[in-house]
Design a protein around this ligand. Structure first.
Ligand code: CA
Length: 459
């Protein structure tokens, strides 16, 4: 990064009268450069020609003073955080803390998808709203219904609880970290839900552009039409808009009352909230300020902390941190804010951008397809796998196996009428694959003679 743009302009101006020919007049760090080598400005900073920055999903390269950007259409992201702060796909921010079931987003085409949220009263005075469960249905088919509960449990179809990671021809579902459950569909829909901190992120691929309605708004690049109601009207207030997407007639519409500042109704918490949320303006977050203004996040943080204290503080700070990460700014705030420190389960480790993909013993027998997504939280260290048996991270060779609905310990031998199988490295491996043609009477000898296997396969 170069000097401040105003300094540069001033330098150029001063040099203008002195130097000839005129096309060599751009002044940079004491050196005159050709126009083709001019730096580019981005958010008040200057970057040299040839420098590349990332803007959402596009790369921009500085070419002669002008940013030359790739033209990819970026996926949209909608979020619901804290006491029901929504940010639509197109960036509209509003709050609608109501307790009922609502359409978060659905495709205009009924054969696409629908995501709904069920909210429940929460907070110390039960005057806030929290997500109770998130529900996703594809193709209007009840067999493709996925529900994530407020405790992070995942249910499919007729409320059958599934163990994670899970994948079939429609879904890939996993605990991305100790904090996040992730659901991905083949059609480019991605849900990340932090049930501990009430944060929900819904991403949609380009396929769904111009094809969504609901509380996440119309994903079309136009922020003005986001309050589209099912009737086709564009509503004027979050309350009218939110109530219009209420699913169940069993609960009442949220009354249109003037919004009270939670820091007025919870005055004892107000000074605590101001003090704690000010950390967003301090050094630990400063590196992100030029990319994401912390002002709106600070206001949201104060209101939420007045309502529900420390847990809302950590949620608000984590939400800002995640927004910064989308600009490639990585902040580890939890070590600076003791209230928000994370204690990982034994053998796991914390990271700000981690994925548990392919770090589960089950993934050794059921291949996972890992994207580049990451979230903060605790995962097994690289090279280890989560074992459901010990509920810790173990070496590959210590992974149990799952076979026809039964669990086997590493080294267990399964005799079938036609084959001998062994639980090895989390997989059930046919004995004939290990050592070629072997009769089971020769099992011991076969294994002893197989250079790929050691004696510890047999107990
Ligand atoms: Ca829109």
């Amino acid at each position: 990064m170069l000097s401040n743009i105003n300094e540069l302009k001033q330098c150029c101006k001063e040099e203008w009268d002195k130097i000839s020919p005129k096309q060599y007049l751009i002044y940079e760090d004491g050196i005159c450069v050709k126009p083709s080598d001019c730096p580019c400005e981005h958010r008040g900073m200057l970057y040299p020609s040839g420098h590349t920055i990332q803007e959402e999903c596009n790369n921009c390269t500085c070419v002669g003073g002008v940013w030359n950007c790739t033209d990819h259409s970026c996926p949209g992201e909608c979020s619901v955080t804290g006491n029901m702060y929504f940010q639509s796909f197109d960036g509209r921010i509003y709050t609608f803390p109501a307790t009922c079931q609502y359409v978060l987003a659905k495709s205009r085409n009924p054969s696409g998808f629908i995501v709904t949220i069920q909210n429940t009263p929460c907070g110390s005075n039960l005057d806030g709203a929290c997500i109770q469960s998130v529900n996703l249905v594809l193709n209007e088919d009840p067999r493709t219904e996925v529900t994530i509960s407020h405790s992070g449990e995942v249910y499919m179809a007729s409320q059958i609880r599934i163990s994670l990671p899970y994948s079939d021809e429609m879904f890939q579902i996993q605990e991305l970290s100790s904090m996040f459950v992730q659901v991905k569909t083949v059609q480019g829909l991605q849900l990340q839900y932090n049930w501990k901190e009430f944060r929900l992120y819904l991403q949609l691929g380009e396929l769904w552009r111009d094809d969504t309605v609901g509380l996440c708004g119309t994903f079309n690049g136009n922020i003005q039409d986001d309050f589209l109601a099912p009737s086709g009207m564009i509503e004027s207030s979050p309350n009218l808009f939110g109530n219009a997407w209420r699913l169940s007639s069993a609960c009442m519409p949220r009354p249109s009352l003037p919004q009270l500042d939670p820091c007025d109704t919870h005055q004892q918490a107000a000074s605590y909230a101001v003090e704690k949320c000010d950390v967003l303006m301090q050094e630990v977050f400063a590196v992100c300020h030029e990319h994401v203004s912390p002002m709106a996040f600070q206001l949201q943080c104060r209101a939420d902390v007045c309502r529900c204290g420390t847990s809302c503080l950590c949620s608000a700070l984590a939400h800002y941190t995640r927004t910064c990460r989308k600009h490639n700014i990585i902040i580890e705030f939890r070590s600076h804010v003791p209230e928000c420190a994370v204690t990982c389960p034994p053998t796991m480790e914390y990271g700000v951008c981690v994925s548990s993909c392919e770090r589960h013993c089950l993934s050794l027998s059921l291949p996972q397809f890992c994207g580049d997504e990451c979230e903060e939280g605790c995962v097994c260290p690289q090279g280890t796998y989560y074992s459901m048996h010990t509920q810790t991270c173990v070496k590959r060779s210590e992974c149990p196996c799952s076979f026809l609905g039964a669990d086997y310990s590493p080294g267990d031998v399964i005799l079938t009428s036609s084959d001998i199988q062994i639980c090895q490295d989390g997989k059930i491996v046919s004995q004939s694959i290990i050592t070629g043609e072997c009769h089971y009477l020769w099992l011991h000898m076969c294994l002893k003679h197989d250079p790929q296997n050691s004696d510890d396969l047999l107990h």
